[in-house]
Design a protein around this ligand. Structure first.
Ligand code: FAD
Length: 523
């Protein structure tokens, strides 16, 4: 077979040189390799990708460019719709091969299928590989007769005998092609301002983007064998001042770190210790959640919606713009909720149980607002925002899918106290409450006025009143959830509408005004 001369390796996720089978294939087949990243206007919208994640992406691209230059190559960053950009580059550089990593998200699948036909029409062959996840979702579906496993346990049984490929080494050299001088400016990595974003105000996020940073973080954790061996997710703290989990998520999301490398490094540590934790609580267990949710995203129709999603309980959520805004802005009057939302917006990462807390509060716990609204806000601010993982976890927390014990509600006052009695986390992210005695820090509205005055924080003036009475709304919401579940059961039994019990005692469709238990905020 005649070897193709020039190839484009198209980086999308997978922003790394290690464990990159598609890049290696391009190098194997061609002499000249053009590593390309395309800034697609579909993603480059601030309401969709917040500036901190954008910054993380740009840092990852700069790091990739640096690593490529060390190998006498470079990254070509182009702007525009891939369907428009790629054919131009095919012609310009006489490309005969296009390689990329498979992407299972709906937008990417549609995009890639269009690119495949386009490339074929221009005599460019296309090769793609699975390397974003441990397993190939298509293969797992094949093994499971086209069914997405309904439980974590059944997912673990399914993958038990499936091999996770060993990660591949980064190439020592990329190509014989030396970057052309006059192209330098045109395809350079842009800045946030070039992309129409405003500058980030305040300190940058503590997590910098890129393969080098990601691998450094991975090594740091792997050197702490005890931490890896004893890791039990539920025992980690949502409100520790330094992260209690790995914070590898942004690096896995952008593919700066390969999940297969992470997995095999974990196995290697496990081999060196006497005993280690197990799924679901271990770190391998966390990676299995990632895999299971990717499979759900791939195999469940309308996965990111309630309507039309066969696995999702249909719940009559409330529309309440004022409450949604208070939650997003961190002005609910519940310090633990507001501190978490402040950390989310200023740092772009929050602990898993902190995500539990605010997601439960927004949905079935307190505000009874749709998980779809919450997922949109998370996807704007999280560095690690990931279509499959964000969607699945929001469904979990709102007891819409995966988890069904809707009567187990997180208390916005009690939950944080379990691991941070003094409220140091709240003091860090909400300095207005810095001097509030620990007795009142989780519920400052209960502090006598003289205490509030002494703390320099008057509730209703310096810090908001709580927007709901948790005790009342959480009980009411459990009733509404019970009704939604009764309805689902009746439908499953083929009775169509409401069950006999529900007919006798129907839960009212929530209205926006006059909601029991909603505290009217003092103007
Ligand atoms: P670690 O505990 O160190 O786990 C290691 C890796 O395992 C993570 O980096 C992640 O890739 C994977 N993982 C861990 N927990 C989960 C989980 N519950 N589901 C799937 N994969 C997991 N994670 C995202 O990466 N992107 C999201 O958009 C996202 N949205 C979420 C929304 C809600 C409402 C909730 C409750 C959770 C969400 N998660 C999301 C899952 C989880 O909170 C994060 O993956 C985790 O907190 C990231 O921190 P870490 O890297 O320190 O995790």
């Amino acid at each position: 077979m005649a070897s193709a001369k020039a190839a484009i390796h198209w980086f999308r996720k997978g922003l790394r040189l290690h464990d990159n089978p598609a890049l290696l294939e391009a190098i194997k087949q061609c002499e000249n390799i053009y590593p390309v990243f395309i800034i697609d206007p579909w993603f480059a919208r601030e309401e969709f990708v917040g500036k901190r994640r954008y910054q993380f992406l740009l840092e990852s691209l700069s790091d990739l460019d640096r690593s490529l230059r060390e190998r006498k190559s470079r990254l070509y960053v182009a702007k525009g719709k891939p369907e428009d950009v790629l054919p131009q580059l095919f012609r310009k550089w006489s490309i005969s091969l296009l390689t990329f990593e498979n992407d299972t998200e709906p937008y990417a699948r549609k995009r890639d299928s269009a690119i495949r036909s386009l490339a074929e029409g221009l005599n460019v062959s296309v090769k793609s590989f699975t390397s974003h996840t441990l397993f190939d979702p298509e293969h797992l579906l094949f093994l499971n007769k086209d069914q997405v496993p309904g439980t974590y346990k059944s997912f673990c049984s399914l993958v038990k005998g499936v091999k996770v490929e060993l990660p591949l080494e980064a190439p020592a050299q990329i190509s014989n092609h030396i970057p052309v001088k006059d192209e330098a400016g045109e395809y350079d990595v842009p800045t946030l301002l070039d992309m129409g974003y405003k500058e980030i105000v305040g300190p940058p996020t503590p997590f910098r983007g890129g393969e080098s940073e990601g691998l450094k973080r991975l090594r740091m954790h792997m050197n702490n064998k005890r931490y890896i061996a004893e890791f039990e997710k539920p025992k980690t703290k949502p409100n520790s001042l330094e992260p209690s989990t790995t914070v590898l998520s942004p690096y896995l999301k952008f593919g700066c770190v390969s999940s297969r490398l992470f997995y095999h490094e974990l196995l290697s540590v496990y081999k060196q210790v006497k005993s280690h934790s197990q799924p679901p609580v271990s770190l391998v267990g966390q990676l299995y959640f990632r895999e299971w949710f990717y499979l759900n995203g791939y195999g469940v129709p309308n996965f990111d919606k309630m309507i039309g999603n066969p696995r999702c309980v249909q719940i009559p959520w409330i529309e309440n713009a004022e409450h949604l805004e208070a939650w997003e802005k961190g002005t609910t009057g519940f310090p633990f909720i507001d501190a978490i939302m402040t950390q989310l917006k200023t740092e772009g990462w929050i602990h898993h149980l902190a995500r539990h807390m605010v997601a439960c509060f927004l949905t079935r716990g307190d505000l009874f607002i749709s998980w779809e609204e919450g997922a949109k806000v998370f996807s704007r601010y999280l560095l690690d925002a990931d279509w499959s993982l964000n969607t699945a976890n929001w469904q979990w927390l709102s007891a819409s899918a995966f988890f069904h014990q809707y009567f187990r509600v997180y208390g916005p006052v009690s939950f944080g106290k379990k691991t941070d009695k003094n409220g140091d986390y709240i003091r860090k992210y909400l300095p207005v409450l810095k001097k509030m005695p620990h007795k009142y820090i989780y519920e400052p509205w209960t502090a006598p006025l003289h205490v509030q005055k002494a703390a320099g924080c008057i509730v209703g003036k310096d810090y908001p009143e709580p927007i709901v009475d948790h005790k009342i709304v959480s009980k009411r919401n459990i009733g509404w959830m019970a009704e939604a579940y009764r309805k689902k059961k009746a439908m499953k039994q083929g009775k169509g509408g409401k069950s006999a019990k529900a007919k006798k005692n129907p839960a009212k469709r929530p209205s926006n005004s006059n909601l029991d238990g909603f505290v009217v905020r003092k103007k």
